[in-house]
Design a protein around this ligand. Structure first.
Ligand code: GTP
Ligand code: MG
Length: 488
């Protein structure tokens, strides 16, 4: 097998030179039919179980295929790679499952190279794609290394639709605790659904399946950015698959249980990377979504299961404090990016957030912020996201400043979600997410009309000369918009 071919420069794609030792290792693997890729960064305490589950899934469900497991690690100082290498070999799996696979499962753990000086989950996945492509796999399954709820069947559930059903991209469908996955719930799910009309509930789930064809398509794309090398990768994969016309489905995995994160303290950088990537993708693939109206379900694979994910602690007061603080630190950016109605609404909401915090922290009341009536309306949130897409299209502010100013608003939106769903079960809380997704669909004409105006001015050369004003839509168009919005 010629490994060097995979490292040849692809048009426009940043070059990653893989160390020779690594190329030799890949050479040694030969060909494979199915691969499980596991990106990791400081996951020594959890990755052993994930590797065992992946091996067991490959051996049990695909005994006739040539399987390989590849861990792409960031060079973790906690011994993550050692754990992978020391995990029981596949013979152990064969013994406990009483299976005799046709081919020996192979396993490697490597430190992935950075892409133009930037490392992260996306850079790890790029290496995984390159290896999968070089080995000629028909199906690649990727799973996170901090998973607690993975079982061997996940491998079948993620690869089955590709190998048996001809799908190219298999997104996970799992139940997550109502406060987990807040970037998904408030941004990537409703935006993806409104843009493309596809109800992909977990567009950045982290556990997914990709066909060999789609891997090649990914490697040919020329829109890789530093954010894609980090947590922008998941939304990039999903939108690139949809825009490329690949067959997409979901698979029922049960519950996602993984290392918990509190949105207020842990998710700021991830939000920036995901949303910056999303805003670029919106512009890149405008021709694919401008004419889409409404949304529909997509095929779902796997038997349903009912599992309640464990609860996750979230500091709601901090979210509200950070939102209120935004008015002092980034309001000038809000004023440029947001349309006047949204700016006025945000000013009002930030004031309410600060009052809710003040009431909760007064010594004479036992109330907490969760007892407040703070509520960030769905429609305001949808239009804020669309205002950002429009502002990004017009280059009204540098992307990083714009997205940084969006973080306090996301915190406000998440606080509202928590307050509104605090008495609900995770299942019941889905109604909130669905209602919000419909609000994004209803607000889509607002985005589309303004987008078209910008495109038209851009054709006239105004953008090139610097159209530094938020786009204005005529009163008549506004009226048309609210009529369409009300009916659709
Ligand atoms: N190779 C590599 N992997 C990373 C890096 N950062 C995160 N990962 C891996 O990417 C996967 C997802 O990361 P998490 O931090 O769990 O993020 P997440 O679960 O998608 O996000 P939340 O839903 O917000 O918790 C895990 O397997 C991490 O080990 C990195 O810098 N390099
Ligand atoms: Mg995780």
């Amino acid at each position: 097998m010629r490994v060097t071919a995979i490292f040849a420069r692809l048009p426009g794609m940043p070059q990653a030179t893989l160390p020779k030792a690594l190329r030799d290792e890949i050479d040694g693997l030969g060909r494979a039919d199915i691969m499980v890729g596991i990106p990791s960064f400081k996951n020594a305490s959890t990755i052993g179980y994930v590797v065992r589950a992946a091996q067991a899934g490959l051996v049990q469900y695909f005994p006739d295929l040539r399987p390989v497991v590849v861990n792409a690690d960031a060079g973790s100082p906690d011994g993550t790679q050692r754990v992978v290498v020391d995990t029981e070999p596949p013979d152990y799996i064969e013994r406990i499952l009483l299976v005799r696979p046709k081919n020996k499962l192979q396993r490697i753990s490597l430190t992935y190279p950075e892409i133009e000086g930037v490392g992260g989950k996306g850079a790890a996945l790029r290496t995984i794609f390159q290896i999968a492509d070089a080995l000629g796999v028909q199906a690649l399954v990727v799973v996170d290394s901090d998973l607690r709820s993975i079982v061997p069947e996940w491998i079948e559930l993620l690869a089955g639709p590709i190998l048996k059903g001809g799908f190219d991209y298999v997104a996970p469908l799992y139940s997550r605790y109502k406060y987990d996955g807040t970037i998904t719930n408030t941004v990537t799910y409703p935006v993806t659904r409104a843009l493309y009309g596809l109800r992909i509930r977990q567009p950045i789930g982290g556990d997914f399946g990709v066909s060999g064809d789609l891997i090649r398509h990914y490697l040919e794309q020329d829109d890789w950015t530093p954010d894609t090398s980090k947590f922008g990768i998941d939304i990039w994969m999903t939108h690139s698959a949809i825009a490329g016309g690949f067959a997409v489905c979901q698979t029922r995995l049960g519950a996602k249980v993984h290392d918990p994160k509190d949105p207020g303290s842990d998710l700021g950088p991830m939000f920036s990377q995901v949303v910056s990537t999303l805003l670029r993708l919106i512009e890149r693939h405008a021709a694919r979504w401008l004419d889409v109206k409404g949304s529909h379900e997509i095929p779902v694979y796997g038997f349903e299961r009912i599992i309640d994910p464990p609860p996750l602690e979230v500091n709601t007061q901090r979210l509200l404090e950070e939102f209120a603080k935004g008015r002092l630190t980034v309001r000038d950016t809000w004023a440029t990016v947001l349309a006047p109605e949204q700016l006025a609404a945000v000013d009002h909401l930030a004031e309410e957030a600060s009052q809710a915090v003040e009431t909760a922290t007064r010594a004479d009341t036992p109330a907490t912020v969760e007892d407040s009536r703070f509520s960030f309306p769905d429609e305001t949130w949808a239009r804020i996201m669309f205002d950002c897409a429009l502002a990004a299209r017009q280059r009204l502010k540098p992307m990083d400043r714009m997205v940084a100013s969006l973080i306090p608003l996301y915190f406000g939106r998440v606080a509202s979600l928590i307050i509104e769903t605090r008495e609900l079960t995770t299942d019941q809380a889905e109604a909130f997410v669905e209602r919000q997704a419909r609000a994004f669909e209803l607000a889509k004409p607002y985005l589309v009309e303004r987008w078209r105006v910008i495109e038209a001015s851009s054709r006239d050369g105004k953008i090139a000369k610097g159209l530094k004003q938020p786009v204005k839509v005529s009163k008549a168009a506004n009226k048309r918009r609210s009529e369409t919005g009300a009916k659709s």
